[in-house]
Design a protein around this ligand. Structure first.
Ligand SMILES: Cc1ncc(COP(=O)(O)O)c(C=O)c1O
Length: 369
């Protein structure tokens, strides 16, 4: 994707802009991706190609006939279900159009009137972009030497201007993560005025969520917002359902800024998937198998990679990544974008097991292994 418009901007651009307005002045974008990328295997968006699971598919089909209704009951039902599992009340659960909307709402509150958000980079930069867009300040510290969020440095950097600290655990794009105990210590040491937004989009891809999630801090009444999504484990990225877990006053403050209710059939599919533990286990297995195939190939070829906890692998290609991305596109694979802090590193998202076997074949061929 061009540096002029990110993938996300293209996804949200109104059809009129895409058809003839803004993009008409940018011929390369108007023509779409290069020929080799069209029909390429998508290993770029940290999606889960196994989804939707069987229960979600059935719920989606069954809900189609109810699409004439406003989905008020469906929102309440999903909030109640999540609250019960998390040991919270429905007032602690705020739904959003993907967890992106949750990040957006937190960014609006933090950035209003020039407020500051503190984070590390590279990370998922949607919240930072939204803070900047409304005139707030973003301070980004480097990740530590192991490519993890640098909690000691963040603690020192918190100032009176800091309203929000954004932590991504596990972190996108590096896949690195911090144990729950470290995060709890960090949160306990912050001034009361600072809210911590913990993005747990990838945390539930493993099963020890309770140990590492900050939902216990929400239960304890701390100034913490946990963001989760149905886009990853559940493979429902196209339906745009995410949620926040936060103290009711915090959830209500963010909720005031929501645009509209979510899509009813999407909510029905999310609720069905939430109860579909077989599918969740299958998703986890497929992702783990994809990661094992990919990291084994990288080890064999001798390319360093992080120890990922995401549905993606971050690895060192050994040279500026643009040429590698181009070469892999020619071989039929669309991969993640470059990151300035790690110019030689590439993020590859997990596809199906068969796709990862194809990808590692292409990787071996590229590196002559
Ligand atoms: C860390 C992280 N948070 C949030 C999101 C947003 O996901 P969604 O809006 O689909 O829930 C992503 C998407 O890739 C992500 O990587």
């Amino acid at each position: 994707m061009s540096t002029l418009l990110s993938r996300r901007h293209v996804l949200v651009a109104p059809p009129a802009l895409l058809a003839g307005g803004l993009l008409a002045t940018r011929p390369a974008l108007a023509q779409g991706p290069p020929a080799a990328a069209r029909g390429a295997i998508r290993l770029a968006g940290n999606e889960n190609p196994l989804g939707p699971g069987p229960a979600a598919r059935a719920a989606l089909a069954a809900a189609a006939g109810d699409a004439w209704k406003y989905p008020m009951g469906e929102e309440m039902a999903l909030r109640a279900m999540i609250a019960e599992r998390e040991g919270l009340t429905p007032a602690h659960v705020l739904l959003g159009a993907g967890s992106s909307e949750i990040l957006h709402l937190a960014a609006l509150v933090a950035g209003a009137g020039g407020g500051e958000m503190l984070t590390c980079a590279p990370t998922f930069d949607y919240a930072a972009g939204q803070v900047r867009a409304i005139g707030g300040q973003v301070r980004e510290l480097p990740l530590d030497a192991a490519m993890r969020f640098d909690l000691p440095a963040l603690r020192v950097a918190v100032s009176q201007a800091t309203r929000l600290v954004y932590l991504c655990n596990p972190n996108n794009p590096t896949g690195t993560w911090l144990p729950g105990g470290d995060l709890r210590g960090f949160i306990a040491g912050l001034p009361q005025s600072v809210t911590v937004l913990v993005d747990e989009a990838y945390l539930e891809l493993a099963t020890d969520v309770a140990e590492h999630s900050m939902v216990d801090r929400v239960r304890a009444g701390d100034n913490v917002i946990v963001a989760r999504t149905f886009s990853k484990l559940h493979g429902l990225a196209g339906l745009r359902i995410g949620y926040a877990l936060a103290r009711p006053d915090l959830a209500a403050r963010l909720g005031q800024l929501r645009l509209v209710a979510l899509c009813g059939p999407g909510l029905a599919a999310a609720a069905a998937s939430y109860r579909d533990f077989d599918f969740q286990a299958t998703s986890r297995r497929q992702i783990a198998e994809g990661v094992a195939i990919t990291t084994a190939a990288l080890d064999e070829i001798g390319r360093p990679h992080t120890d990922t906890r995401g549905n993606f692998v971050f690895f060192d290609t050994g040279a500026p990544v643009a040429a590698f991305l181009g070469a892999m596109r020619e071989r039929g694979f669309s991969l993640g974008r470059p990151y300035a802090a790690y110019p030689n590193w590439c993020r590859v998202s997990m596809g199906t097991v068969a796709q990862m076997q194809q990808f590692t074949g292409a990787l071996r061929a590229h590196f002559g292994a």
